[in-house]
Design a protein around this ligand. Structure first.
Ligand code: BES
Ligand code: ZN
Ligand code: ZN
Length: 499
């Protein structure tokens, strides 16, 4: 990265320039270029070969009239409508385009992307993030794809802005992208490889890397602590359950800790309330909440915010055997509440209940849980919008703002008194784990609320958003790594309520 001298002296073979839509009048770097290329750029814009429309990418060749070989001109749409989100999308598309042309380095004229609303630091962040997100490759198990692939080796960012500020912004973007990719990789891993034990090993390594305190509870510990939800879900499994705890201390004293609780079901068959065969396929992704929490912890480890965070990941698979839990069973969760099992496929809330209780015991006084919890949230909100529920408007607002900042939209669903009654409606126990299909995303939220109790809490249901059936500008189909960035941003910006 360096301060701009005339673009005509730039020596990079590939240059990337942004073009806003405004009366076809070229200014700044583009007008210098246009002059050098004898008005050809204006002509191409007039004729529509170079389009300022959002998402358009044109490639021109100076053919010896400049030291650069090729110039990509990215349409940015109207300046007033240009956001951080659009910038990420545009850069994602650009990086994918140059990668598919086997181009391994490029220089970006960052100042051509600036508007009154978006400064160059946001652009730097967008570049860093888009570079890692858009070029992410699924780690598969094919023999062929193990051959070394061409990667983008260097992106030079050229700007008049302060070098240190811009470098910092690029780094934050890259950290966010990388943490999201780590979450994606975990979610894409099959259940026979990413078991609860492997998830625990991964977490221990992460903790070593960043100096987090780490605790992994074994089955015997869970028995001692009365984690009936964890034990019930694990009962049908051949593999041991793990309750994974990571603590990041960013403050002098261990107070005001933020609890992040992520559902870590490494495979969900549904248990005796078995899923139909087509719905079982893909259930390796049922640890998407755990992955988001671990991705966020990686970002937190890198960026070191002044906050205390306790991450709790209840992890097991949900299997069937002669010993598995059954409908009608009654279990006792860690906080003493009894639960009547009506559906063994509503297992996420059982492990999260203990996870939430344990996070509180570790000093969490605000809680965010995150889980691929219900098919109901997909019916309600589709696959672009994470479902949210909360018992605290001001905490909800803080999570919402983080999600907006990261371009990971969420939408709040209500929990009414009637909903609370439904989860408390059991002849045999304090709660039931599945009051029926009506509003069942809300039923899951209402159930978890019984364990958050008085602690301010937000629940995020990412069943629809944790995976994508389509490739996008910012990643392949498969795991999205959704909400890792939102959680990290929420932690960084968090302001405790006044006592
Ligand atoms: N893991 C599923 C939810 C899910 C569905 C995640 C689709 C990703 C994609 C969860 O454990 C589950 O099975 N939920 C049940 C709840 C029902 C029994 C109340 C569901 O959504 O059908
Ligand atoms: Zn289930
Ligand atoms: Zn599940």
């Amino acid at each position: 990265m360096f301060h701009a001298e005339s673009i005509l002296n730039w020596t990079e073979e590939t240059i990337i320039i942004g073009l806003f839509q405004k009366n076809n009048h070229l200014k700044g770097i583009l007008s210098i270029l246009d002059e050098q290329l004898e008005g050809q750029i204006s002509d191409l814009v007039t004729e529509g070969d170079i389009s300022p429309q959002k998402g358009a990418i044109a490639k021109i060749y100076p053919l010896g009239r400049m030291s650069t070989k090729r110039i990509y001109i990215a349409g940015l749409g109207k300046e007033k409508e240009f956001t951080f989100e659009t910038a990420r999308e545009v850069f994602g598309k650009l990086f994918k385009t140059i990668l598919s042309s086997k181009i391994q380095s490029a220089a970006i004229a960052a100042d051509t992307f600036i508007t009154e609303e978006t400064d160059v630091l946001e652009i730097g962040h967008a570049i860093g993030e888009a570079l890692s997100l858009s070029t992410y490759k699924i780690q598969d198990y094919k023999h062929k794809s193990n051959e070394p692939e061409k990667l983008i080796e260097q992106i030079t960012v050229i700007s008049e802005a302060d070098r240190a500020d811009l470098l910092a912004a690029l780094r934050v973007g890259a950290v966010y992208g990388k943490g999201t990719n780590s979450a994606r990789t975990l979610v894409n891993m099959p259940g026979n490889i990413l078991t609860a034990s492997e998830l625990a090993n991964y977490s221990v390594k992460l903790a070593d890397q960043y100096g987090f305190e780490c605790e992994v509870l074994e089955k015997e510990d869970m028995e001692k602590l009365g984690m009936g939800g964890m034990l019930a879900v694990n009962q049908g499994s051949e593999l041991p359950p793990k309750m994974i705890v990571l603590k990041y201390q960013g403050k002098e004293k261990w107070e005001d800790a933020i609890g992040l609780v992520g559902k870590g079901i490494t495979f969900d068959t549904g248990g005796y309330s078995i899923k139909p065969k087509d719905a079982i396929v893909g259930m390796k992704t049922d640890m998407g909440g755990a992955a988001a929490v671990l991705g966020a912890m990686e970002m937190i480890g890198e960026l070191k915010p002044e906050q205390n965070v306790v991450a709790v990941i209840p992890s097991t698979d949900n299997m069937i055997s002669g010993n598995a839990m059954k409908p009608d069973d009654i279990i006792v969760s860690m906080n003493g509440k009894t639960i009547e099992i009506l559906n063994t496929d509503a297992e996420g809330r059982l492990v999260l209940a203990d996870g939430i209780t344990y996070a509180k015991q570790h000093g969490a006084n605000v809680l965010v849980d995150i889980a691929t919890l219900t098919g109901g949230v997909i019916v309600a909100l589709g696959t672009e919008m994470t479902g949210a529920m909360s018992n605290d408007d001001s905490l909800y607002q803080q999570v919402l703002e983080a999600s907006e900042e990261c371009g990971e939209p969420m939408w709040r669903l209500p929990i009414t008194e009637k909903d609370i009654k439904k989860v408390r409606n059991s002849k045999m126990a304090d709660l039931n784990n599945s009051p029926g299909r009506e509003g069942h995303a809300i039923m899951a939220g209402a159930f978890l609320r019984e364990f958050a109790e008085e602690t301010p809490w937000v629940h995020l249901d990412i069943a629809g958003t944790a995976t994508s059936s389509k490739e996008t500008n910012l990643g392949p189909s498969g795991a999205t790594g959704i909400m890792a960035r939102t959680l990290a941003t929420f932690v960084e910006r968090f302001v405790p309520a006044e006592k």
